[in-house]
Design a protein around this ligand. Structure first.
Ligand SMILES: C[S@@+](CC[C@H](N)C(=O)[O-])C[C@H]1O[C@@H](n2cnc3c(N)ncnc32)[C@H](O)[C@@H]1O
Length: 250
């Protein structure tokens, strides 16, 4: 949102609807126990989920080690995040999720995982803005966006997470050769992603030679969103893009 001179506040176009942030008792307990160490506070603008331009966090200090950075936007309850981060112990994973109770559930899953998952930090904020403001150019090795839009937004294209603007941010924040993995269960949204990202300067469709759709990412577990889509007869589409080595100015 943007405050104007007369103090009115205009909504920014974002890809999510903020729901009530009431936590159940087990989420509240997990939040209290784990958020001080695993949720990274960021400076916001007028809304609590916005991300202000600010000094880039020292991610090595946040994680207590240097490692390649993976970002997830829209991690939900962590159903793919937790097992996928556990399978990549040599990477530091920064996950953006705007819904605080879902972050609390994720923290609880990380703690209950065997062994506990400690290579994830969460940011309760818009991941599109976070990717732009919280990382240096070329600092991110990989990006995950799985079923990140909760509805397909046939008439709300502007509210889709995948956009020309996000593609430009990805090209600037990912390292040349870095990979962006996406999945959706909405056919028209999948086609929109293809149309937008196939044309995005600096991005290359990793499967352009074999029809353009990626094979199902083996590391991606089946979450309730995928199950729901399949149960409703929808096909799941995976996509994979690579930041071109010669991608533009950073
Ligand atoms: C349908 S859920 C999918 C969660 C998870 N990726 C999975 O597959 O289980 C989408 C989540 O993305 C979050 N989300 C959508 N747009 C976002 C954004 N721009 N920044 C951060 N979170 C976002 C929503 O709040 C929601 O929890």
């Amino acid at each position: 949102m943007t405050a104007t001179g007369d103090q009115r506040v205009h909504r920014e176009v974002v890809s999510f609807v903020r729901r009530s942030a009431r936590m159940n008792p087990s989420q509240a307990k997990a939040w209290q126990r784990w958020s001080p160490s695993h949720v990274v506070p960021v400076q916001t603008r007028e809304t609590s989920t916005s991300v202000a331009p600010q000094p880039v966090p020292d991610w090595d200090e946040v994680f207590g080690r240097h490692a390649p950075i993976i970002v997830e936007i829209g991690s939900g309850q962590g159903d793919s995040l937790v097992p996928m981060a556990a399978a990549r112990p040599d990477c530091n994973v920064v996950a953006f999720e705007v819904f605080e109770p879902a972050v609390a559930s994720t923290l609880s899953k990380m703690a209950r995982h065997e062994p506990p998952v400690d290579n994830v930090r969460l940011v309760v904020a818009d991941g599109a803005q976070g990717l732009a403001h919280l990382f240096h150019p070329g600092q991110v090795a990989e990006l995950w966006t799985f079923f990140a839009d909760p509805w397909h937004k046939a008439r709300h294209h502007k509210r889709r997470l995948v956009s020309d603007d996000l593609a430009a941010t990805v090209v600037s924040r990912l390292v040349p050769g870095g990979r962006w993995f996406l999945a959706t269960d909405w056919q028209d949204y999948a086609e929109w992603m293809r149309a937008t990202l196939d044309e995005a300067p600096g991005l290359v469709n990793a499967h352009a030679d074999s029809g353009g759709w990626a094979p199902r990412l083996a590391a991606r577990p089946v979450t309730k969103y995928e199950r729901r889509g399949l149960a409703a007869g929808r096909a799941i589409h995976d996509l994979e893009y690579v930041v071109a080595p010669e991608a533009g100015p950073r």
